[in-house]
Design a protein around this ligand. Structure first.
Ligand code: 2PG
Ligand code: MG
Length: 419
């Protein structure tokens, strides 16, 4: 039996230059493998604990040395000698320690062990993760314009993404969004918008006069890149509504207006009619369960309504959403919940319910391509990694290109076609 012999955690920096955790696992056959943990900025209230040192002398209190040290001191004693191939057993042993050691430490162990097992068996990571599930190469939803907490609050809505659903391969879909990203820059420059570098996820973050302007620019960028908006490439939005919600209302500071829930729902409805929008994430606040049900009744038949902060990849919250019909899709982020086992619990709930799912990176990510293999293994058919610049983003796309080139995996047929 292949057992866990040693675990070692260490502090590294994420794509924003902030500390995060990496873990190296050593198995009884000598295999050593490491995994790096991502970190969000627009985090949901119900996410698992990300342990930070709180020492103001280092990285403004955001150091991760405590979480890193907990890997050997607190987590290793729980799993040393366990069957490394029993991911569920390993994860179940770790789950009670999420609060004390940090979910960042726990996830690092969960992923490093999975990778070590794959390496030891000389199997691709996705196949070990899939464990019999139907794997596929996902369609990417790609950030073109950023707002909110990822771009200095230039506008309130966080993500305007291109969803290239009209292509037969991942490589072609990626090529299309790369052209759209370039066309967006040109369009902004010719519109007199200052372009001074990219936002946290590699997209453009110009100072716009309104949130709707981003939709207009994106629709035109798709056209200028040579694609028919809505036919080959549609739009996805991440509203990240919890982050501009105060005292029961949605504050669109850029536009100098404040909306209640039904006005917010109305705004999303009118945009989805005037622009080729097919997917809306976090359109309402993370605890507005009743509002989400109403939103889903109204827009669910036409749109993918994805819960990110609403569900925080938490099986209990996802179950509640499925039962009450709050949304119809789930954003899957491993570090919101802290283990691979719980992440797959969510993936399996989503699949069984006939919902959609999007495997997602964090705005603070790393050069670890783990997420690409997870997305393939999940069979959910969609991945969100940010834009087509910055190597922490490209690490995932490049891995998907590699897997597609090898052949043998189907490209997801999302069936999202809106003419
Ligand atoms: C999101 C993510 C990724 P963050 O809200 O979907 O775009 O952002 O990692 O900051 O939560
Ligand atoms: Mg989100």
């Amino acid at each position: 039996m292949l057992t866990i012999e040693d675990l070692f955690g260490y502090e590294i920096l994420d794509s924003r230059g902030r500390p995060t955790v990496a873990v190296r696992a050593r198995l009884s056959d000598g295999t050593v493998a490491a995994a790096q943990v991502p970190s969000g900025a627009s985090t949901g209230t119900h996410e698992a604990l990300e342990l930070r040192d709180g020492d103001p002398a280092r990285y403004a209190g955001k150091g991760t040395r405590k979480a890193a040290a907990a890997v050997r001191e607190k987590l290793l004693p729980l799993v040393r000698g366990m069957d490394a191939g029993d991911q569920q057993g390993v994860d179940r042993a770790l789950i009670p320690l999420k609060q004390e050691a940090g979910a960042n430490a726990v996830l690092g162990v969960s992923c490093a062990v999975a990778r070590a097992v794959a390496d030891s068996r000389h199997e691709p990571l996705w196949r070990v993760l899939a464990a019999g599930r139907r794997a596929s190469i996902p369609v990417p939803m790609v950030n073109i314009f950023s707002g909110g907490l990822h771009a200095g609050r230039n506008i309130e809505f966080q993500d305007f993404l291109a969803l290239p659903h009209g292509f037969t391969t991942f490589a072609e879909a990626l090529h299309a969004v790369s052209r759209i990203h370039a066309a967006a820059r040109k369009l902004c420059e010719s519109s007199g918008l200052a372009m001074t570098g990219v936002a946290d996820e590699g997209g453009w973050g110009p100072a716009l006069g309104s949130n709707e302007q981003a939709l207009d620019l994106l629709t035109r960028s798709i056209g200028r890149a040579g694609y028919k908006p809505g036919a080959e490439v549609s739009i996805a939005i991440d509203v990240a509504a919890s982050h501009f919600f105060r005292e029961g209302r949605y504050h669109l500071a850029t536009e100098n207006r404040v909306l209640d829930e039904s006005e917010m729902t109305g705004l999303l409805e009118s945009w989805s009619q005037r622009y080729p929008v097919i997917s809306i994430e976090d359109g309402l606040h993370e605890d507005a369960w009743a509002g989400w049900v109403r939103l889903t009744e109204r827009l669910g038949p036409r749109l993918q309504l994805t819960g990110d902060d609403l569900f925080t990849t938490n099986p209990a919250r996802v179950r509640r959403g499925i039962e009450s019909r709050a949304g119809n899709a789930v954003l899957v982020k491993m570090n919101q919940i802290g283990t691979l086992t719980e992440t797959f619990e969510v993936i399996d709930l989503v699949t069984a319910a006939g919902w959609r799912g999007v495997v997602s990176a964090r705005s603070g990510d790393t050069e670890d391509p783990f997420l690409a293999d997870l997305a393939v293994a999940s069979g959910l058919g969609q991945i969100k990694v940010g834009s087509v610049t910055r190597s922490e983003r490209l690490a995932k796309y490049n891995r998907l290109l590699e897997l597609e080139s090898e052949g043998g995996l189907p490209f997801s047929t999302l069936g999202i076609v809106k003419k």
